[in-house]
Design a protein around this ligand. Structure first.
Ligand SMILES: [Zn+2]
Length: 502
C-alpha cells in the first residue's frame, strides 16, 4: 500500500511539474522579437461618416525605441482604435497600442454628418520587428475592437529612414532614467524665433515644474525625462484662419473643426518629422502665442499656447486627454461636436459613465457605500467620489466622478481620484513598471481609519454634510469610537489631521 501510494505521489508530482513547466515557459522577450529601433507608420484615414477607411502612406525607420519593453501589449485599451503587430508565422500578437484618431473625432462634427468626404494623416510609432509581421488597425465597435486594415511588413526589406528634420536645436530640460524605464517627454516649440531662444527654454522649464507639482505626476517625478526641441530660424507659429494667417510650414492650427480655441497639429505638417529627431513616449507642442487655445487626443500630441490664459493649467488638462484618454468632465462650453457620445458611441474614457448605477460605474470601487447615486451636485459633496450628472459636453445622461476635477475646470486644485488613477496607470505602463490590476489601485484597503472625537463629529459631519452624516447616523446606536470614512479631500485631511489620531 505504502509503495503504491508513494508511486502515485511521485506520479502526481511529475504531472504538477510538467504543468508548471508549461505555465512558466516565458513569452519571447523584447530582444527576441524586436530590434531596439522605431518603425514609423504614416497612414491616411479618409471617407465619409458612413464609408471610411485606412490607407498606408509610408513606412520608415527612426532612431532608438523609447517605449516600454516589457509591456508590449496595451493593458488599458482606451481610444477608438488600436494598432497591432501579428507575428506572420505564428499569428501571435506581439505588440499593441490603443489611440484615438483626429478623423474619428471629425466623424462627430456637423461637416461629417452632411456626408462630406475628408482625409487626415495619422502617424504611429512601434518598435521595429525582427521577423515579418502583419500590421493591423482595429477600430472600436460594440464588441471591442475589430480589424479594419491589414498590411504585411517585412523588416528584412529595405525601409527608408524617416524624413530628416529641418535645422533644430534640442535642450535637455530634465535628464531621466534610461529610456526603457522612463516616461520620455518631448516638447516641440512652435513659433519661437532665434531671438526668443531663452524664452523657449524658460517656458518649457516652467511647464514641466507645474506638471510635476500635481498628483499623480508629483509622486512619479523620477520617471520623467524631458527634452525640448526648437526649430531654428524665424519661427512661424500656427495657422489662424480668422486672422488670415497661413504660415506655409505651420505645425499647428487654431479653429480645428470650426472651434476657435481648438488648437491641434496641422494635418500633414512636418511636426512628425521633427518629433522623429528625439526618441520619445509623449509629444507636447508648445505654441508661442498669446491667444488661448489647446487640444489633445489620446495617444497623440498635447498642444497648447504658452502665453494664453493659465497656460500651465491648460497644458495639464490637455495632457490628461493625450496621456490617459480622459474625457472632458464639463458640459457648458461651446464645442464642435454634435452628440459626441451617442447611444452608438458608448464612453470608453476612464472618467465617464453612461449610468449612475453602482454596478455600472467604472470607478465603483472608489465610491463609499453611503454615497447617494446619482450624487447631488451640491457643495456638501465636494471631494466625494460619486456619480455627478453632466459631463462629456452634455448636461443629462452622462456622469462624472467628482464635482470639480481638473478635467472639468482648469482652475480646480487637482485631478479627481479616478483621473489620478488612470494617469498613474498610464505612466507606469510607459515606464515599464509593474501594473496594478484595474479597479484595485485604491480599494477599501487604502481607506483610512481615524479615531474621531464625538464633538468633532458633530462639527464636521453635520446632518447636511452628506454621506459622512449618514455613516454617523447609522452607527450612532453603537456609540462608536471609530468612524471608518474615506478622506473627503487632501486639503480637508491636512487641515483636520492634527485633531485625529490614526
Ligand atoms: Zn476627473
Amino acid at each position: 500500500m505504502r509503495r503504491r501510494s508513494t508511486r502515485h505521489g511521485s506520479l502526481a508530482a511529475g504531472v504538477v511539474l510538467l504543468a508548471l513547466g508549461a505555465a512558466t515557459a516565458s513569452p519571447p522577450s523584447f530582444e527576441e522579437l524586436f530590434v531596439p529601433r522605431t518603425l514609423r507608420i504614416d497612414l491616411v484615414q479618409s471617407g465619409t461618416a458612413s464609408d471610411h477607411g485606412w490607407s498606408l502612406l509610408r513606412l520608415s525607420t527612426e532612431g532608438a525605441w523609447a517605449g516600454p519593453r516589457r509591456h508590449l501589449l496595451d493593458p488599458h485599451d482606451l481610444g477608438g482604435a488600436r494598432v497591432v503587430l501579428l507575428d506572420a508565422s505564428s499569428g501571435e500578437r506581439i505588440y499593441s497600442r490603443s489611440f484615438s484618431s483626429l478623423f474619428d473625432e471629425w466623424l462627430a462634427t456637423g461637416e461629417a454628418r452632411q456626408d462630406r468626404r475628408r482625409a487626415m494623416t495619422e502617424t504611429i510609432r512601434v518598435p521595429c520587428p525582427r521577423a515579418p509581421v502583419d500590421l493591423l488597425i482595429e477600430a472600436r465597435d460594440d464588441d471591442g475592437f475589430s480589424e479594419v486594415f491589414r498590411w504585411p511588413v517585412d523588416p528584412r526589406a529595405a525601409l527608408p529612414p524617416a524624413p530628416a528634420p529641418a535645422a533644430h536645436e534640442t535642450v535637455v530640460i530634465r535628464p531621466g532614467p534610461p529610456r526603457a524605464r522612463a516616461v520620455d517627454l518631448l516638447i516641440v516649440g512652435d513659433g519661437y524665433p532665434d531671438r526668443q531662444r531663452e524664452k523657449f527654454r524658460r517656458d518649457a522649464a516652467r511647464l514641466v515644474d507645474a506638471l510635476l507639482a500635481i498628483a499623480p505626476f508629483r509622486d512619479r517625478q523620477d520617471l520623467f525625462g524631458v527634452t525640448a526641441l526648437r526649430i531654428t530660424g524665424r519661427g512661424l507659429g500656427p495657422v489662424e484662419p480668422r486672422k488670415g494667417l497661413f504660415p506655409p510650414a505651420a505645425l499647428t492650427a487654431f479653429d480645428t473643426f470650426g472651434s476657435p480655441r481648438y488648437l491641434l497639429p496641422f494635418t500633414g505638417s512636418r511636426l512628425q518629422d521633427l518629433a522623429g529627431a528625439v526618441p520619445h513616449d509623449l509629444l507636447v507642442v508648445m505654441v508661442n502665442a498669446a491667444r488661448y487655445g489647446g487640444g489633445g487626443l489620446f495617444g497623440g500630441a498635447t498642444v497648447f499656447t504658452a502665453d494664453g490664459e493659465y497656460p500651465e493649467a491648460l497644458f495639464i488638462h490637455e495632457f490628461g486627454h493625450s496621456l490617459a484618454g480622459l474625457a472632458d468632465e464639463y458640459f457648458s462650453s461651446q464645442v464642435a461636436y454634435e452628440d459626441f457620445y451617442s447611444p452608438s458611441r458608448r464612453p470608453w474614457e476612464p472618467n465617464l459613465s453612461a449610468s449612475a448605477r453602482r454596478d455600472a460605474l467604472p470607478w465603483a470601487d472608489l465610491v463609499d457605500p453611503a454615497t447617494p447615486l446619482p450624487t447631488p451636485d451640491l457643495p456638501a459633496f465636494d471631494g466625494v467620489v460619486g456619480a455627478f450628472e453632466g459631463a462629456g459636453y452634455v448636461a443629462r445622461g452622462l456622469f462624472r466622478p467628482w464635482r470639480r476635477c481638473r478635467m472639468r475646470d482648469k482652475g480646480a486644485a487637482e485631478f479627481c481620484p479616478v483621473c489620478r488613477r488612470a494617469l498613474a496607470a498610464r505612466l507606469d505602463f510607459l515606464a515599464d513598471r509593474p501594473l496594478k490590476p484595474a479597479g484595485t489601485a485604491r480599494g477599501p484597503k487604502e481607506r483610512t481609519q481615524f479615531t474621531v472625537e464625538r464633538r468633532m463629529l458633530t462639527r464636521l459631519f453635520r446632518p447636511d454634510f452628506g454621506p459622512f452624516a449618514e455613516v454617523w447616523r447609522a452607527r450612532r446606536g453603537q456609540t462608536p469610537r471609530y468612524l471608518r470614512c474615506t478622506i473627503a479631500s487632501e486639503r480637508a485631511y491636512t487641515f483636520f489631521a492634527p485633531r485625529w489620531t490614526q
